[in-house]
Design a protein around this ligand. Structure first.
Ligand code: PEP
Ligand code: CO
Length: 444
């Protein structure tokens, strides 16, 4: 079945799309995007599908993380390296402490478009369009910045390309070599309790590697990691223009990223996002909130994965710490009973956002942990596999989420709040999360 054209997707009345003032300029940008090379290759997407099949079958754990919203200004070498570094550290902790293979997927190189609960934002009597991510408009609160500009789609492509180029260099060019396990633990993190705990694991890995080397073993896996990218497939112009036919198989792939997901606000069964992603052969995800029923999920699986291939579909639950114990079990239970192949992953971020007394959008580290614990508890009681976590984090020392072992307080939030969208775990909080999840995994 061929991919529907953009006009027929728009005819489905998609929500969360930019309101472009100049449609002709959109056509020009889309035509340009269609000429640009793929960012990822279909074969790489297939490799990730294989790995996610292991996740679905309880043989691997998915670590998916990165910014809520990447920015063009943030696509710097330091930023990308710091994000990669914290993900590598978390993966080491999870792999070593739980002896489970970890599938690493960065929320990066494409995470530039955001769904919003309101179309507009009002400040001191002035109302402007809401910020929808750098792929759509600017964050500054001016009419010029907030007007959606289709040229930004091209810039999103180039920013993704340079991020991905650097990521590829890091993961194959020596930075991700396991012998670097100590050098990842630098800066502020090494002096924190989580950093010191990490150092002990790094020492043990060192010793194991010296042993391997003494007996003459030096497997390729020591020197590079598999790392893939993901983002929310939100702006139809962008995702459609980057949907291409794979020359090996003749199948369409969305080559804007390896894994793409459909957000909580756009997963209607008959909607444009489900329609588009039903045609591409990437591994895909669907966010699942407390309003979803098991019948909804069974219908989505039927449309998005009619061949019931393991690894193709991941359900990313985002219930909130207070609701997961009630909301998740009936879904997992009935979807499992229906024989559906799916990986279950926990997003402990998006159900746990609140506004601090100081006016910041924030989350409590303790709520994040509590939702992940609830997720493990549900799967333990049903005999199913808690397949992974999907988190918003950064490699920097920001103050956006409150709590944690070196607690960030509501007063601290204004010292380094840099997110343009949702609050992210900082590097120490991310590492602490990895240790706590490793503990849960060990007993899973
Ligand atoms: C997100 O992942 O940043 C997001 C908006 O999530 P959700 O669609 O689950 O609200
Ligand atoms: Co978010």
């Amino acid at each position: 079945m061929s991919v529907p054209d953009l006009a027929s997707l728009h005819a489905l009345g998609p929500s969360q799309q930019p309101d472009y003032p100049d449609r002709a300029a959109v056509d020009v940008a889309v035509a340009r995007l269609r000429t640009l090379p793929p960012l990822v290759f279909a074969g790489e997407c297939d490799e990730l599908t294989e790995k996610l099949a292991d996740v679905a079958h309880g043989k691997a754990f998915l670590l998916q993380g990165g910014d809520c919203a990447e920015t063009f200004a943030g696509a710097t070498a330091d930023n990308v390296r710091n994000k990669l570094r914290v993900l590598l550290q978390m993966a080491v902790v999870l792999t070593y402490a739980a002896s489970v293979p970890v599938v690493k997927v960065g929320r990066l190189a494409g995470q530039y478009a955001k769904p919003r609960s309101s179309n507009s934002e009002t400040r001191e009597g002035v109302t402007l369009p809401a910020y929808r991510g750098d792929a759509v408009n600017g964050f500054d609160f001016t009419e010029a910045a907030r007007t959606p500009d289709p040229q930004r789609l091209i810039e999103a492509y180039h920013s993704s390309a340079s991020t991905l180029n650097l990521v590829r260099a890091f993961v194959t060019g020596g930075y991700a070599d396991l012998r670097q396990v100590h050098t990842w633990n630098t800066d502020f993190v090494s002096t924190s309790p989580a950093g010191r705990r990490y150092e002990q694991i790094a020492n043990e890995i060192d010793r194991a590697m010296r042993f391997m080397s003494a007996i003459g073993a030096d497997p390729d896996e020591f020197h590079r990691v598999d790392f893939h990218t993901c983002h929310e497939a939100l702006v139809l112009e962008y995702e459609h223009a980057l949907t291409r036919i794979d020359s090996r198989t003749g199948n369409p792939y969305d080559v804007s990223g390896h894994f793409v997901w459909i957000g909580e606000r756009t997963h209607e069964l008959d909607g444009a996002h489900v329609e588009l992603l039903s045609h591409v052969h990437n591994p895909i995800g669907v966010k699942v909130g407390p309003a979803s029923t098991a019948d909804d999920l069974i219908a989505l699986a039927g449309k998005l994965n009619p061949d019931n291939r393991a690894g193709r579909l991941t359900f990313i639950s985002r219930m909130g710490a207070g609701r997961i114990a009630d909301s998740l079990p009936p879904l997992v239970d009935k979807v499992t009973a229906a024989g559906i192949e799916v990986a279950w992953v926990c997003d402990p971020m998006h159900g746990n956002t609140f506004e601090s007394s100081t006016g910041y959008k924030t989350r409590r580290f303790e709520d994040v942990i509590s939702e992940v614990q609830g997720f493990f508890d549900v799967h333990r009681s049903l005999g199913t596999w808690p397949g992974g976590i999907h988190v918003e984090l950064t490699g920097d020392d920001v103050t956006e989420c409150v709590g944690g072992g070196e607690p960030v307080t509501e007063i601290d939030l204004n010292s380094r709040y840099e997110s343009v969208c949702d609050p992210r775990l900082n590097r120490v909080q991310s590492l602490e999360l990895a240790f706590l999840v490793a503990e849960m995994l060990r007993t899973a």
